[in-house]
Design a protein around this ligand. Structure first.
Ligand SMILES: [Zn+2]
Length: 391
């Protein structure tokens, strides 16, 4: 028979008790850990999701104070400060991060990059530039170069921008058309200083970098025009047809000016009319109409827009037709046509704007460099044309 060791019964509850206690302590610890942090995190997140950045910042600043070890949170806060335009706080946050000794290499590079971006946003380009140059040779080098490129563009340091773009070049982004644009900017600056030969060199470089660079052709034509070489200027401008025909609209007036200088304005108008026939979307209807009125009278201009509208109906065509109608209509019909014209004008105003394909920024004036997103050649050369390419 097995002898029952009664003392077991005395000790067992103690073991259970200890186990229970140990479990309790562990769970308590876990709960304490999980309670303070995630709950507050989610609170902050909720604020962020409902667009209350300032409240989110309050929550996160509080967590960051009590949990110095939360490095990622300090990064998040830095971003939030910057996004809210509190640049001084963002700078302080990133400087404090950068001074920490417990960051790993990637975190240190990220902090330095973030600090540089804060400086850029604050307009302190020199300080940003130093930090970014220090990052060359690190894993953050590419991102640092992208920021440097933004600085040099803002400061119109085109040569430096070209060098950085060349370093950034890879299969996914050749930077060819940006480099061509930077060369065009250099040419424009040279022309301001009256250094015509230098400008020509830059434009040749632009076309070597990017054969399709319309702006370089356009500027080459302008240089020739300024030298009274009108025929050669027109030849340059017409080469745009083989690059991207719709950009011809940007030089159409220049082409007519050159023909006028040659005493052949009618030939110039006829040339534009042929282009419009071939490429109905080419944005030259207004110009031809205006020139026809000036040179051949309202009847011819009226007939021209009527024919165009019939062949290729468009809002801009309709507006021109009403304009022409108004000029030839008997007096008693004019108020009615004026009213229709005004309504049409108010409702189709957006058809007279240029749109950025990248960011949708609209403007009356054509830009090579979008003021909205800083993209190059992002505007379709056709007013009212949204988003997609003109081609
Ligand atoms: Zn844009």
């Amino acid at each position: 028979m097995i002898e029952i060791q009664y003392w077991w019964f005395a000790v067992l509850p103690l073991f259970f008790g200890l186990g229970w206690l140990a479990a309790r302590v562990d769970i308590k610890h876990v709960i304490a850990q999980s309670k303070s942090l995630p709950a507050a995190y989610f609170k902050g997140l909720n604020h962020l999701l409902s667009g209350e950045t300032h409240k989110a910042i309050e929550v996160y600043v509080d967590i960051a104070k009590n949990h110095q070890e939360t490095i990622e949170l300090q990064f998040t806060l830095g971003h939030l400060f910057r996004r809210r335009g509190e640049l001084e706080r963002a700078i302080r946050m990133h400087q404090k991060l950068l001074a920490r000794r417990d960051l790993n290499v990637a975190q240190k590079e990220q902090a330095q990059l973030d600090l540089a971006v804060d400086f850029i946003k604050s307009g302190l380009f020199d300080r940003a530039e130093n930090l970014l140059h220090e990052l060359s040779g690190t894993n953050a080098a590419r991102q640092a170069r992208i920021e440097l490129l933004a600085i040099y563009q803002q400061e119109h340091e085109w040569q430096k921008a070209i060098e950085i773009a060349q370093q950034l070049r890879d299969e996914s982004h050749t930077y060819q058309h940006e480099i061509a644009q930077f060369k065009c900017e250099q040419a424009a600056a040279a022309l301001v200083r009256n250094q015509v030969d230098l400008a020509r060199g830059f434009l040749d470089d632009a076309l070597n970098s990017h054969r399709q660079c319309v702006r370089a052709r356009l500027m080459q034509g302008e240089i020739l025009f300024a030298e009274d070489k009108y025929k050669e200027a027109v030849e340059q401008w017409l080469l745009i047809e083989s690059q991207d025909v719709y950009y011809l609209a940007l030089v159409a007036r220049n082409i007519l000016n050159a023909y006028e200088k040659l005493g052949q304005i009618s030939e110039g108008i006829a040339l534009l009319m042929r282009y419009l026939q071939r490429y109905p979307e080419l944005d030259v209807l207004d110009l031809i109409y205006e020139q026809l009125i000036a040179t051949q009278g309202i009847e011819v201009a009226h007939q021209f827009v009527r024919d165009r509208l019939r062949e290729s109906p468009s809002m801009s065509g309709l507006r021109k037709l009403l304009e022409a109608h108004l000029l030839v209509a008997p007096d008693d019909q004019k108020p009615e046509i004026e009213m229709i014209g005004k309504l049409l004008h108010d409702n189709t105003r957006e058809h007279s704007m240029y749109y950025c394909r990248e960011c949708g920024f609209k403007t009356r004036q054509f830009f090579w460099h979008c003021p909205g997103c800083n993209g190059w050649e992002t505007y379709a050369p056709i007013r009212g044309k949204r988003r997609q390419s003109a081609q």
